[in-house]
Ligand binder design. Structure first.
Ligand SMILES: NC(=O)c1ccc[n+]([C@@H]2O[C@H](COP(=O)([O-])OP(=O)(O)OC[C@H]3O[C@@H](n4cnc5c(N)ncnc54)[C@H](OP(=O)(O)O)[C@@H]3O)[C@@H](O)[C@H]2O)c1
Length: 284
C-alpha cells in the first residue's frame, strides 16, 4: 500500500489522479487527518497497514512568510521529512520527498545539476536544504527530488494568479529577471513514479523541459487564453519581498531522464494540459 502524505496539495492531488488512472491502491491524507509534525500519530497510522512507499507531498511553501515563521518552516521542510524517512526505514518502505530549485544562489548561468554546490539564500530554501541532507543521511531507500515553479489544479499557483489578473486588468507587469522552469504537478507525479519504480534512490532534479522567466510564462498563458491587454516587463527590484531570491535556478533533469529512459515534456506542454484541465472543470 502506498501512503501519500499532504495529499490535498498540487502534487498530492496529481499523485492521486495518477494512481487512480493506473489502478494502484493508495491512502492519501491531508493535514487534518495526519499532521507531519506529529511523528507519534504517523507511527500509529502506518502500523499494520503494510505500507511499501511513503510519498511526502506536505510542505511549507510560503517563501516570504518563512522569513518570520522560521520555526514552522523548519519543522515542515526539514525535520518532518527526516522523521518520515525514519518511519519509512522502520517499516521497510521506500520513501520520496521534495525540495526546491531555490537551494541554488543563481550565480551559475546554465542549468544546475545534482553535482552543483547549493547555497540557499532564504529560510525556506535553507530549511529545504537541511531536509535534503537529513533525509539522505537517515535512510538509504530515499528519493529526494528538487523541482521548480509547480502548478496544478490542487492549489493556488502563478498560472492561476495570471488568469485571475487577466479577468480584471488591461495592463499586467511581470518580472523577467527570475528564470527557471515551470513544472506541471501531473508531470512531477508521473515522472517521480517512473523513477520510484527503478529503485535507484538518491537526489534528482525534476522539472519540465525548457527555460522561462516569470514574464515568459505569463506571456504564454495570456496568449493561450486570448487576453488582449498589455504585458509589461518588470524587475524584481520593483517589488518589495521579504525573502531573497536567486534570479537563476533552472534545474537540469538529465540524470533522472537517463535513469527512467524518457524525456520530460516541455513546460509549454504542461501549461497546455493544465489549461485543458481547467477548461474541463469549467474554471476557464
Ligand atoms: N509550489 C511550488 O512552486 C514548489 C516549488 C519548488 C518545490 N516545491 C515542493 O514540491 C512539493 C509539492 O509542492 P506543492 O506545490 O504540491 O505543495 P502545496 O500545493 O502547497 O501543498 C502542500 C500541502 O502540505 C500540506 N501540509 C501543510 N502542513 C501540513 C502538516 N502539518 N501536516 C500534513 N500536511 C501538511 C497541506 O495540506 P492541507 O491542504 O491538508 O492543509 C498542503 O496540501 C513540496 O515539497 C514543495 O515544497 C514546490
Amino acid at each position: 500500500m502506498i501512503l501519500i502524505i499532504g495529499g490535498n496539495g498540487q502534487l498530492g492531488h496529481d499523485f492521486q489522479r495518477l494512481f487512480k488512472e493506473k489502478n494502484i491502491e493508495f491512502i492519501a491524507t491531508g493535514s487534518k487527518k495526519l499532521d507531519v509534525t506529529n511523528t507519534e500519530s504517523i507511527y500509529s497510522f502506518v502500523e499494520g497497514k503494510k505500507i511499501t512507499l511513503i510519498i511526502n507531498c506536505a510542505a511549507y511553501n510560503n517563501v516570504d512568510k518563512a522569513e518570520e515563521e522560521k520555526e514552522i518552516c523548519y519543522k515542515l521542510n526539514a525535520y518532518a521529512p527526516r522523521d518520515l524517512a525514519l518511519i519509512a526505514k522502520e517499516i521497510g518502505a521506500d520513501y520520496i520527498t521534495y525540495s526546491t530549485d531555490f537551494v541554488f544562489d543563481g550565480t551559475k548561468k546554465e542549468p544546475y545539476t545534482e553535482q552543483d554546490i547549493s547555497n540557499p539564500l532564504n529560510n525556506y530554501s535553507k530549511a529545504k536544504k537541511l531536509g535534503e541532507s537529513l533525509v539522505l543521511e537517515s535512510y538509504e531507500k530515499s528519493f529526494v527530488i528538487r523541482t521548480s515553479w509547480v502548478f496544478g489544479v490542487g492549489n493556488n499557483n502563478f498560472v492561476k494568479q495570471v488568469i485571475n489578473w487577466s479577468k480584471t486588468k488591461n495592463i499586467i507587469s511581470i518580472v523577467a529577471d527570475q528564470i527557471s522552469a515551470p513544472t506541471y504537478s501531473y508531470d512531477l507525479a508521473k515522472y517521480s513514479w517512473e523513477l520510484i519504480k527503478t529503485k535507484k534512490y538518491g537526489l534528482y532534479h525534476l522539472s519540465n523541459n525548457g527555460i522561462a522567466s516569470k514574464y515568459d510564462q505569463a506571456k504564454y498563458v495570456l496568449n493561450s487564453i486570448g487576453w488582449k491587454g498589455t504585458l509589461n516587463i518588470a524587475k524584481s527590484s520593483d517589488f518589495v519581498l521579504s525573502a531573497k531570491r536567486s534570479g537563476y535556478s533552472k534545474l537540469d533533469s538529465s540524470k533522472l531522464e537517463a535513469v527512467i529512459g524518457e524525456k520530460i515534456p516541455s513546460w509549454e506542454s504542461g501549461v497546455d494540459r493544465f489549461l485543458n484541465e481547467l477548461r474541463k472543470k469549467g474554471e476557464l
